[in-house]
Design a binder for this molecule. Structure first.
Ligand SMILES: Nc1ncnc2c1ncn2[C@@H]1O[C@H](COP(=O)(O)OP(=O)(O)OP(=O)(O)O)[C@@H](O)[C@H]1O
Ligand code: SF4
Ligand SMILES: [Mg+2]
Length: 361
């Protein structure tokens, strides 16, 4: 059953330098009880997408729809949205210190979150806060409930954030880079914890991350974002074994061992584009080793490819050119050569960009 259905989401920020087109015509679904991984490099619009769903992007121009159990989150009034936040949809923010208030004890913050949505006494809410800290494996929860955020380690603060997010047993939890800045062991423990919580509460999960390796173990579906748009969507297995979009292929190349290239890391060359002056056509073309003339002229939309059911990619390469094997890359290169190869990311910058982005966004 579909819990959240986002269609044609566009988010832009008017700034003194121009309009930042952070999210462009993005559509995706989240199924009840399942996990969607949203991946992409820095600045690809992952956090802006999540914050827009929760009404936390003041100053942004937002359009499209985001149906959550039939209600459009993008049109909810402030009071309704406050009720949804926490009780129906909870979020673990990228920076735990930004949502744990430094002046208040952790237990107080969790218990107040509970009391904001449920009629329970202070004592009852505090004892639930202790239970939640125990649930997220914080040692000595009776003592830690009285700690201030700065008295906890980074890993423990993340756990306290998870406890706060779980306080109201949400139907959907959005975890924005839940494990960045934590060491690998704590990362693994936290992901395990989230998985266990998901099973216990039956909640759906959106995991936002740079790290494709993380989604491999945790997600059922993956949405790859590039420059505010969906580059590729697939179930996790199809994405890992039958990637189509050269950007996804590049992300996979940066995971040791994923490409069968003997564990060699193959970084994607170049940098993400300016969201004020987006490249014309496919926004990835200046960095794409398979770029063709058509890629510079026209922006591809998501279309089905042969990796698996529901697998879609926004790329002009033929739909059957899926996979990360060297032979598939050769086929991509041969195809690009036949179709008229773009002069790879080397044209003068003003030939590549159209001020204020492609008009058909
Ligand atoms: N309030 C704002 N005003 C102007 N631009 C903004 C604002 N908020 C975000 N942006 C821009 O929108 C783009 C997308 O930002 P976003 O935070 O969603 O990226 P991200 O994919 O989450 O990156 P990261 O992986 O670094 O967290 C960035 O270029 C960012 O600078
Ligand atoms: S082949 Fe073309 S459309 Fe596909 S990612 Fe490269 S530049 Fe974009
Ligand atoms: Mg972010």
């Amino acid at each position: 059953m579909t819990l959240l259905s986002v269609r044609d989401l566009r988010v832009s920020f008017p700034t003194s330098d121009g309009v930042v087109r952070a999210v462009r015509r993005l559509s995706f679904d989240v199924e009840a009880g399942r996990t969607l991984g949203i991946v992409g490099e820095t600045g690809s619009g992952k956090s802006v997408t999540a914050l827009s769903l929760l009404g936390l992007n003041p100053g942004a121009d937002i359009s499209g729809s985001a149906l959550f159990e039939g209600r459009d989150l993008l049109t909810l009034g402030a009071d309704e949205m406050r009720r949804v936040r926490g009780a129906d949809i909870a979020m673990i923010f990228q920076d735990p210190l930004s949502s744990l208030h430094p002046y208040y004890r952790v237990g107080w913050q969790i218990s107040e979150a509970i009391r904001a949505h449920a009629r329970v006494s202070r004592g009852e809410a505090m004892s639930r806060a202790v239970d939640l800290l125990r649930l997220v494996s914080i040692p000595q929860p009776e003592r830690r409930v009285s700690a201030y955020p700065h008295e906890l380690s980074g890993g423990m603060r993340q756990r306290a954030m998870i406890a706060m997010a779980l306080a109201l047993r949400p139907k959907l939890l959005i975890a924005d880079e839940p494990t960045t800045a934590l060491d690998a062991t704590v990362q693994a423990q936290l992901m395990e914890l989230l998985g266990a919580m998901q099973e216990e509460l039956g909640m759906a999960l959106i995991i936002i991350t740079h790290d494709l390796g993380l989604v491999a173990s945790a997600a059922d579906q993956v949405l790859v974002m590039y420059a505010g748009r969906a580059a590729e969507k697939a179930d996790t297995t199809s994405l890992f074994y039958s990637a189509h979009h050269p950007y996804t292929r590049g992300l996979l190349g940066s995971i040791p061992g994923a490409t069968g290239a003997g564990g060699r890391l193959v970084p994607i060359h170049g940098n993400p584009p300016s969201l004020i002056n987006l490249p014309r056509g496919c926004a990835f073309h200046p960095r794409c080793e398979f770029a063709m003339d058509v890629c510079v002229r026209e922006q591809p939309d998501l279309a089905p490819v042969t990796g698996g059911p529901g697998h879609e990619s926004a790329c002009w390469l033929p739909p059957e050119m899926v996979g990360v094997a060297p032979a598939v890359d050769d086929a991509r290169r041969r195809h690009a050569a036949r179709r008229g190869r773009a002069s790879l990311g080397r044209p003068a910058p003003d030939a590549q960009t159209v001020g204020g982005a492609a008009t058909h966004d």
